[in-house]
Design a binder for this molecule. Structure first.
Ligand code: HEC
Length: 95
């Protein structure tokens, strides 16, 4: 068994942000519970490899922008995963 096709796993949700925007970007994205749950799963798995899983509430939403900019590459996240994790973190701060 030399090659197992692994295509079509990703990509479906990539399309969402391409719709025309008539109001500021922050207000147009639909953040569902399912989307946040996916972000949490990525966070839980990717962010405890090198250190304990941080508490989202330890940092402000603004601080998390910079933290994620340095941690997402360490975790080999795609841009979309980066965004999902960030959105999850921000939602967790507000809880
Ligand atoms: C490859 C290892 C590695 C992975 C994976 C990783 N981190 Fe880190 N993280 C570090 C190291 C090393 C530090 C401390 C040095 C630094 O800040 O770069 C750190 C520090 C931090 C800090 C403290 C920053 C501060 O300013 O106090 C936070 C918060 C954090 N990581 C969050 C995350 C999150 C969220 C993820 C998942 C997206 C993640 N890390 C994945 C290695 C990693």
């Amino acid at each position: 068994m030399k090659s197992v096709p692994l295509f079509a796993m990703f990509g479906i949700t990539l399309i969402i942000s391409c719709t025309p925007k008539t109001v500021p970007a922050a207000a147009t994205k639909t953040i569902t519970a399912e989307y946040l749950a996916q972000g949490k799963t990525i966070y839980d798995n990717a962010c405890k490899k090198c250190h304990d899983l941080p508490d989202p509430k330890d940092h402000s939403a603004q601080d998390w922008v910079g933290i994620m900019n340095s941690m997402a590459p360490k975790s080999n996240l795609t841009d979309q995963q980066h965004e999902m994790v960030y959105d999850y973190i921000v939602s967790a701060i507000k809880e």
